[in-house]
Design a protein around this ligand. Structure first.
Ligand SMILES: [Zn+2]
Length: 307
């Protein structure tokens, strides 16, 4: 038997004893080192499941067994397992959702690879270029990973808005050009001021609420792009006139590009692991994990669970 955190419903996640999973054909069994709490998991905790629920999908660990037909993995390999159900001592992962890690990669650094890969996917899908000026609405884990990706690409003008002070400080520490509190400064006006009235080439929504979507639409330049990675649980009402007259292009993004993220880790000095604020035991996943994040604690940015 092993311990596993299972989602039963809104604000109801319990750590229970379940049989250890066995790897089926094409699957690999992993002893989990850490599993990161993703913003999408927090949304499920607070608002219920959404399609293709990936509850507990940011796991790193060591291969302990492989199923039939698996090639290229053996016991002892360090891997990233991008598979749901990994708030557990062991998880099984289809081979095509695994990433092999180098044996010297720090576990904390490795565990934020999936969120960095989400940022990589969004940046690549939106076709962001090295000389673009970018506005990122939100400096939570999503916005900070976007920032690091843009830094790895060499962008010089990256502006961010964020309500929480600790996250603003972190964004500054990680190299944002300028960061402000959108409760004090109107983001589109600030962006106009910083770009001589033009607007930014790309605005990236990393929160998932109406106000930040509006800020992004109003901050992008003529024929600019808006990339949306925030998870929306409520409807957003936007005026489409500016979208039409400024000929904006908007992208929804919801996938990962681990190859690009690994390339950034190798080729730049970015430190995505610095967004990790706590490592907590599995038995504390609700009290010290979800409940703390749900309360919008100023102290936490990214929490890792250690089974
Ligand atoms: Zn995630």
């Amino acid at each position: 038997m092993m311990k596993k955190a299972i989602y039963y419903g809104i604000r109801d996640v319990r750590v229970v004893d379940v049989p250890e999973p066995e790897p089926g054909p094409g699957q690999v069994k992993v002893k989990v080192k850490y599993c990161g709490i993703c913003g999408s998991d927090l949304h499920e905790y607070l608002h219920g499941l959404f399609p293709e629920s990936p509850f507990g999908h940011e796991a790193t660990g060591v291969v302990v067994d492989v199923g039939s037909g698996v090639q290229g993995y053996k016991a002892g390999d360090r891997v990233y397992a991008m598979t749901p159900g990994s708030y557990a001592e062991y998880t099984v992962c289809p081979q095509d959702r695994l990433i092999k890690l180098s044996s010297d990669m720090d576990w904390t650094r490795a565990t934020v690879l999936e969120p960095l890969a989400g940022a990589a996917y969004a940046i690549d899908r939106g076709g962001v270029k090295a000389d673009d000026g970018v506005f990122i609405a939100g400096a939570g884990p999503v916005g900070l990973m976007i920032l690091l990706g843009l830094k790895a690409m060499g962008l010089k003008n990256i502006y961010m808005s964020e309500i929480m002070e600790k996250r603003r400080k972190k964004a500054e520490e990680l190299g944002a050009t300028m960061v402000w509190n959108p409760r004090e400064v109107k983001s589109p006006l600030k962006i106009k001021e910083l770009t001589a009235g033009r607007g930014v080439d790309v605005a990236i929504e990393a929160v998932g609420i109406e106000q930040t979507l509006k800020d992004c639409l109003a901050s992008a330049c003529y024929r600019g792009k808006v990339i949306v990675q925030g998870i929306f649980t409520e409807r957003a009402q936007v005026h489409m006139l500016g979208f039409v007259t400024r000929e904006t292009t908007m992208y929804g993004t919801n996938s990962v590009n681990p190859e690009l993220a690994l390339k950034w880790l190798r080729s730049s000095d970015i430190r995505p692991e610095s967004i990790v604020t706590s490592v907590i035991p599995l038995k504390a996943i609700t009290q010290r994990g979800f409940d703390v994040l749900a309360a919008k604690s100023e102290d936490e940015i990214k929490i890792l669970v250690e089974p």
